[in-house]
Design a protein around this ligand. Sequence first.
Ligand SMILES: [Zn+2]
Length: 434
Amino acid sequence: MSDRMPKEDIDRVQRRLNQIWEIGKTDSSGVTRLAYTSEENVVFDYLRDELPREFDVWTDSVGNLFATPWPEAENSLYIGSHLDSVINGGRLDGVLGVITALEAIQTLHESSCQPPNPPTLAVFRGEESARFGQHTIGSRTALGMLTVEDFSATDQNDVPLWHAMQQAGFHPENLSEPTIDLDRVTGFLEVHIEQGRVLDESDDDLGVVTNIRAPVRYKITVEGAYDHSGATPMNLRHDALAGASAIILAIQRVGKEADNEGDLVATVGDITAVDGAINKVCGEVSFPLDIRSVNEAFRDQIESRILEEIRMTADQHNLQFEVQEIDRSSPVTMSEEIASQLAHAADSSESGYRFLPSGGGHDTMNFQQAGVPAGLLFVPSVDGVSHSPDEETYDDAVAAAVQTLIRFTLSEIEIANKKFTENKIEGNGGDHAF
Ligand SMILES: [Zn+2]
């Protein structure tokens, strides 16, 4: 089988990655391509021009783009990712998943292959929450998951999402209706950079994702009293900034303890000293709290522990506090069958791989939640760097990812036939257990 395997054109992949890099490129060689801005429109136009003429191409009501050389197929395996970025983000986040998917599909088409589940390229709008505070806008709309409330979210200039969509030339309606025919989608695959350092610190080219960690998020406000820094004795202060610091260290301690018991990360990634100044005791501080795990019950348990620590520490410092929940998402377990098949495909192309959880959310998780078996394949992030101009990966890993997609798409013939003819399940990755 291996000698007849179609071979990807890695120069074509690199050329496309480099050309897309130029769209929204920043002075520090990062990219800024926010959802529903002209930069995002331009990159979608670029991609459309790159598609072979024989492909059937269509765009849905919010600007997601789909393309396949097998439009008549009854069922299809969707493969793709997104093209938007955070502010001054990296050149590979999302784009790599789109370009590797296109390369796999184009290679199969050029080799006159007839995959059992002919793939469709799926390219989503607005995956990053950088502009509207809403993640995976395109894929959630494609799946009928975007709510009217989400749709009304505004950017920092108070432009609502629905208006930005209209300005970009789209007219969405019937939000609860998926824009794709889910009965005809047999599965969804996404290639993405890891955004962490697990793969880079191992010798593996590829990671097969088993679960996606999901966050519960709070805004914490600590209240004390504003006083003059020179005139107020230490024992008479209600110093919100000192108290918030103690709370943040307590959160870190509980998070570290929990990490020894199960999968958990707890982060305070920002802090605001409200009306703070060098000559004041600060009276109000606010900061966000983000707690994630692949295990929701465990996350709930640690969340209670952290909230109790916040209460005790605020008490010790004679401070008031308020906790406001701003997000609560459920972790997603990816399709075990797809993960096994991805591992099998990686293995047969002689790429080293490992199973691992994903710390961040991706378009693929929405498919899994909508009941479409979905998979996520990681390539290493060099030094774990992500959402930064320094984001990089390895050329060998990119080639391995394309080859794995090609083999996954073709190996389904083998697996389906074995299941059918021998009436037992084989070829699902065998001994590759989670
Ligand atoms: Zn991404």
